[in-house]
Design a protein around this ligand. Sequence first.
Ligand code: PFF
Length: 454
Amino acid sequence: MEEQSSRSKFSGKIGFVLAAAGSAVGLGNLWRFPYLAAKYGGGIFLLVYIILAVTFGFALMTAEVALGRKTGLSVSGAFKKLNKKWAFLGYISASVPIIILPYYSVIGGWVTKYIETYFTGQGTAAAGADYFGGFISQTWQPIFWFGIFVLITALIVFFGVEKGIERVSKFMMPILVILSIGIAIFVITRPGSSAGLKYYLIPDFSKFSSTTILAAIGQLFYSMSLAMGIMITYGSYMKKDVDLEKSVHQIEYFDTGFALIAGLMIVPGVAVYSGVENLDSSGPALMFQVLPQVFDNMPMGHLIGGLFFILVLFAALTSSISLMETVVSIFQDKLKISRRLLVVLVTIGTFAIGLLSSLGFGPLSFIEPLGAGTSLLDFFDFISNSVIMPIVALFTCIFVGYVIKTKAISDEVKISSKFHWEKLFVVMVKYIAPIGLVAILISSVLNSLGIAKI
Ligand code: PFF
């Protein structure tokens, strides 16, 4: 039980759903989902994503949360406790947040920069075609804002005020959702939006390929904070009388619903302000290019833009603090040094690694690790989401399906309620998910040997 006592209690008293939703809902929904949807064919990506979310996403999240609640341990301890030979899975999982946190913070820095942009009256400049590219290709500006974001995250974790942040975001999050719906309605009612709307909502099956599934799976893990042990940690804080299955559904529906709304403001936005033909070439810059154009054309748009980015910052922070907490707790379990010193060391490490992603759009842009036009940030994103996370998910399914057996999870779920989706859970974990994941991994490796593009 040593890990129990030494781990931070950041989500101890606060409800599981609130803390887990805070981790899940973040830049993944707003920044990543819309650009992937745009890039991978719109409607067909949406369809694949939704099907995966309610089947695979549900099964994996249930497994992770139940593993945590059953063992009362975070990721590194949970697998080991149930079977010594499987301790390695805890270590692979642990590498994911270590890779994600630095580049997540770089994008968090972009959001922070945009708050400044709107509050210094540069809303119209931000709508200019070169504003975003001009910003990220500089050396110091993006590093400065990235540093600010890491520092805010670190201060929250250092002073242990996550609960306060999670409480504030309990109010901020609904406002963000409502504001996003309002922005989406505004965009959809502009002339020219229908082409974007069709692209986003109507599946074009000719655009379906294994890459669509890979991209959707990677996004699913990322968005729901799966396949990196974080939900195991959250599960370990969950009380035995909380309805586990219902909680998992709530997070899954909220997270997916919000991603769909984000896509609804951004994808048709491209059609209105720059033309649908630009959709499948869009990349990580999409949200930062399209939304300023939307705000610039909206009544009171600059004010709304400023408010919007503040809310996004909160959503990003509840995710980044959960990432940093996880990274700190990983080292805390291994090294016997104080938590605060660890926060300082993790912050320095995060900043150092993140510099690569930040500079990757400027002085280091000649490094194109995944082929022409790709950046170092794309590379870290690809390695974590499309390589390591599918491997972790595959092993987790094998572990649950064949080592401890699905009954162990079912029994845990049934402590708090009936397990309504038990059959789906068992079939997913034992058969469909492992086979699908192996296929996806092979195609991902082949892709990256040839023309890997995330
Ligand atoms: N799920 C978060 C998002 O969608 O922005 C990102 C994230 C947070 C991933 C925390 C992983 C994590 F541990």
